[in-house]
Unconditional design. Structure first.
Length: 293
C-alpha cells in the first residue's frame, strides 16, 4: 500500500513539474507589435494579460492560444495550447485548435490524431469531425473520411462544410452521383459556397451532364471574383488579410468568459464593456467568404 501511495505522489510531482515547465516557457508578445498597429497590439495585450492573471487556468491558456493563432503567432499559440493540455489533458477545444494549426501547415498526418482525440472527447463537435474527415481525405484515407463525414452530416445536417467535404471525398472515390448529391445539399444550405459549386461541376462532368457542369463552373468563378472584391474592400478599410473584422471585440469577449468562469467578475465586466465598445467601432466590410472559395 505504501508503495502505491509513493508512486501516486511521484506521478503527481512529475505532472506538476511538467505543467510548471510548460507554463514558464510562455512569453508575452504584445510588445513586439509596432505602436501604430493599435488594434492588433490591444488584442495581443489581452492574450498577455490572460497569461499574467490566470497562468494555471486551462481555459485561459486555451483562449490565449486561440487569440495568438488568429494573429499569426503559431509557435507561441501551440505552446499555450500544449500548456493548457498539461493542466487539463481532456480539453477537447485545445486538441481541435492544435489539429487546425497542423492542417494549416499541410501536416495532415499530425492533425489526424489530434482531431481524433478532440472528437473522441467531444463527439458533438462538428468542427472536429469535419476537419478530421478533411485530413483523412488529404492522406488518401478516403473510406475512413467518408465514414467520419457521414457521421457528421447525420448528427449535424445543417453544417455546409460537412456536405462539401463529403462531396469532395465521393468525387475522389469516383462516385459522382453521391458527390453531386452532397454538393447540391451544401448549395441548398449555402447558395454561395464556392467549393460546393466546384465539386458539383466535377460530379456533373463525370455524369455526362456537361451543360449543368458548365453552369456550376461559371458560378464558382463568380463567387471567387466576389470574394476577391470583398478582400480588396477589407484592405481599403484597414483590415489585413489575416485578421478578421472585430478581432479585438472577439478577444475581449473571450477574455470576459474566461474571467467569469474563474470567478473574477470585475474583470469579466470590464472585458464585456471593452468587447461592446470594440464591436461598435469595428468596420463592417460585408459578408465574409467563410467556406466559399
Amino acid at each position: 500500500m505504501a508503495v502505491v501511495a509513493t508512486a501516486v505522489v511521484a506521478w503527481r510531482v512529475v505532472g506538476l513539474a511538467r505543467r510548471t515547465r510548460a507554463i514558464s516557457a510562455l512569453r508575452p508578445v504584445a510588445a513586439e507589435v509596432p505602436p501604430d498597429q493599435e488594434e492588433r497590439r490591444a488584442t495581443l495585450e489581452i492574450a498577455d494579460r490572460l497569461l499574467h492573471d490566470l497562468p494555471a487556468a486551462p481555459e485561459a491558456l486555451y483562449a490565449r492560444g486561440r487569440i495568438l493563432l488568429r494573429h499569426g503567432y503559431g509557435d507561441e499559440a501551440v505552446a499555450s495550447l500544449r500548456a493548457a493540455l498539461a493542466v487539463e489533458p481532456e480539453l477537447a477545444p485545445a486538441y481541435e485548435l492544435l489539429g487546425m494549426e497542423a492542417m494549416s501547415r499541410g501536416d495532415h498526418a499530425a492533425a489526424v490524431p489530434l482531431l481524433e482525440r478532440a472528437w473522441r472527447i467531444d463527439p458533438e463537435s462538428e468542427a472536429a469531425g469535419v476537419m478530421l474527415g478533411e485530413s483523412l481525405a488529404n492522406l488518401g484515407r478516403l473510406p475512413e473520411a467518408v465514414a467520419v463525414l457521414e457521421r457528421v452530416v447525420a448528427a449535424h445536417p445543417a453544417v455546409t462544410a460537412a456536405h462539401v467535404q463529403l462531396g469532395q471525398a465521393w468525387n475522389s472515390l469516383r462516385e459522382p452521383a453521391r458527390a453531386k448529391a452532397a454538393h447540391l445539399e451544401a448549395l441548398r444550405l449555402d447558395p454561395v459556397s464556392g467549393p460546393a459549386c466546384f465539386g458539383a461541376a466535377q460530379a456533373c462532368q463525370r455524369l455526362g451532364e456537361h451543360d449543368l457542369a458548365e453552369q456550376y463552373r461559371r458560378r464558382h468563378l463568380e463567387i471567387v471574383a466576389e470574394d476577391r472584391g470583398i478582400g480588396q474592400r477589407r484592405i481599403r478599410e484597414g483590415l489585413s488579410a489575416g485578421e478578421p473584422a472585430g478581432a479585438l471585440a472577439a478577444a475581449a469577449d473571450l477574455a470576459a468568459k474566461v474571467y467569469s468562469a474563474n470567478g473574477r467578475m470585475t474583470e469579466a465586466a470590464d472585458f464585456r464593456a471593452r468587447a461592446a465598445a470594440a464591436a461598435a467601432r469595428a468596420p463592417r466590410p460585408g459578408p465574409a467568404g467563410g467556406n466559399r472559395r
